[in-house]
Ligand binder design. Structure first.
Ligand SMILES: [Zn+2]
Length: 187
């Protein structure tokens, strides 16, 4: 099936504002309102028309089920693979394009995205490494750190392995990582 052309640069009859929230640019491009409504148009500046278009193209040819799955997977954070340029307009546009059924998932997506953008307290690289060494995610509690440390000591300590010293290097790293994290917690 031949894809409809979505962007039409219009001769400026009268300037009108871009429909993207917060955008003050003049809209020179129109896009169809939704899949079910190709007659009515929305008006965007070039950047937002591109974004809207990217959202539209991206989901073109997917079934409703596939789209929902995609959105859900992304919300749970396993696959941060939204196409480039898919910002707030993209999400709003998809909501229009896809209809009510995925609107909730998209709302969740937007919320998750907003949360991602909120600045997190930075974990210094030294601590990040230490968490990784103990197979923990940054931000684990002191109790979790201690628990994991105990497990790893059991795994690597020669006394726990019939005198086998094969885990000594690992144990050294684990000890160091543990010290780093306890120090960070007590400061
Ligand atoms: Zn705009």
């Amino acid at each position: 099936m031949k894809r409809k052309k979505l962007l039409h640069p219009e001769p400026l009859a009268e300037p009108r504002p871009c429909e993207a929230p917060g955008c003050v640019s003049d809209a020179a491009f129109r896009a169809p309102y939704s899949r079910d409504n190709m007659k009515d148009t929305r008006w965007f500046c070039l950047d937002h028309a591109r974004e809207y278009n990217a959202a539209w193209d991206f989901f073109q040819g997917m079934s409703q089920r596939e789209i929902e799955k995609y959105v859900k997977d992304d919300v749970t954070g396993h696959r941060p693979t939204w196409p480039f340029g898919l910002g707030t307009v993209g999400v709003a546009a998809m909501s229009e394009l896809l209809g009510d059924q995925v609107r909730d998932s998209l709302g969740m997506y937007a919320a998750a995205k907003a949360k991602q953008r909120a600045p997190k307290p930075a974990v210094p690289p030294e601590q990040r490494k230490a968490f990784a060494k103990l197979n923990l995610t940054p931000g684990s509690t002191l109790q979790e750190i201690k628990q994991r440390y105990k497990e790893l000591v059991k795994r690597y300590h020669p006394d726990m392995n019939g005198g086998d010293r094969g885990g000594e290097d690992q144990l050294k790293d684990v000890n160091e990582a543990y010290r780093t994290l306890v120090r960070a917690h007590s400061s």
